[in-house]
Design a protein around this ligand. Structure first.
Ligand SMILES: Cc1cc2nc3c(=O)[nH]c(=O)nc-3n(C[C@H](O)[C@H](O)[C@H](O)COP(=O)(O)OP(=O)(O)OC[C@H]3O[C@@H](n4cnc5c(N)ncnc54)[C@H](O)[C@@H]3O)c2cc1C
Length: 270
């Protein structure tokens, strides 16, 4: 079993503050983390390796700082972690990002066939949830999104059965391998890093692949390959202060009636 996991380094957005004067995000001093969904993708790949043997390769497209995320992946016990980094990839939207990741996976697969590609459901910064399906489409393999459980994998029959998390329940799907999964947090509980893996991670220097490391069409890379352009980024206006129904402790029915009137007025109930 050879699983490739795509991970993205993202700012720890719970820490992001907004500069109300300039209306921009204050990014200085904000720590970077591995996208939380991607940690669950790594964990699932490691569980499959524990069951079936084989390899787990982790890849990330990003600037050189993304090395830290790859080292983190190594500390969980993955075999190899590759940084995909080149100025030509800068300014990529989801289409161009999925192109580079798909071409990288093809090149990795030429050396050792890939059975499964795992991605997070979405990145907590870009928030589009498009990269996983984009990679699957480009590779021409099945895409199984919002995976909450892997029911079974049959490497002989080249078949996988998963459960997808939907709003009103779950859906079981069978697909051919190789396939791409995007995963939700409920899929598993990530393991603790072991000391030997942490030591290996501290010494690990991820190999760097640039635009010459795989077959590519230059017009599909980075800004050139991106049909969308971000024309403006702005901070949502602060929420208006909410009203308070003072209420009368002696007359709770009157307080409830006031609340119901307010809810009717705001068309929250009708
Ligand atoms: C407002 C805005 C402005 C932006 N401006 C720029 C810009 O100027 N320059 C620029 O380069 N980018 C920019 N981006 C980032 C870029 O468009 C996306 O972040 C990128 O294409 C990935 O999309 P996503 O973050 O929505 O990932 P999603 O599709 O939500 O990610 C889903 C999963 O795909 C995988 N994945 C996603 N990205 C990567 C990656 N890089 N490497 C490995 N795996 C990955 C992970 O498994 C992740 O969990 C901007 C994004 C936004 C929202």
């Amino acid at each position: 079993m050879h699983a490739v996991v795509c991970i993205k380094q993202v700012p720890d957005t719970t820490d992001v503050k907004i500069d109300r004067k300039t209306n921009t995000l204050i990014r200085e001093g904000v720590p970077s983390i591995v996208n939380p969904f991607d940690i669950h993708a790594i964990e699932e790949a490691l569980r499959l390796k524990d069951r079936f043997g084989g390899r787990v390769t982790v890849i990330s497209m990003g600037p050189s700082q993304a090395r830290e995320s790859l080292k983190k992946a190594i500390s969980y016990g993955v075999d190899e972690a590759i940084l995909i980094s080149d100025r030509a990839f800068a300014g990529a939207d989801t289409l161009a990002t999925s192109y580079v990741l798909a071409q990288t996976i093809r090149a990795i697969g030429d050396k050792e066939p890939v059975d499964l590609v795992l991605c997070g459901k979405q990145a907590i910064d870009g928030d589009t949830a498009q990269v996983g399906p984009g990679i699957a489409t480009r590779l021409g393999i099945s895409q199984l999104t919002y995976v909450v459980k892997i029911r079974s994998i049959d490497l002989e029959k080249k078949e996988i059965v998963v459960e997808r998390q939907l709003e009103g329940g779950r859906e079981a799907l069978r697909a051919e391998l190789p396939a791409l999964l995007t995963v939700v947090k409920e899929l598993n509980t990530p393991r603790y890093q072991s000391l030997p893996s942490m030591i290996r991670a501290a010494r690990y220097d991820p190999p760097v692949w640039d635009k010459d490391s795989f077959d590519r069409d230059p017009s599909l890379l980075g800004l050139k390959g991106s049909p969308t352009k971000v024309s403006k980024v702005y901070v949502p206006p602060p929420r208006e202060k909410g009203g308070i129904i003072a209420g009368d402790p002696e007359d709770p029915e009157k307080t409830v009636a006031e609340l119901v009137d307010k809810l009717l007025e705001c068309k929250i109930i009708g």
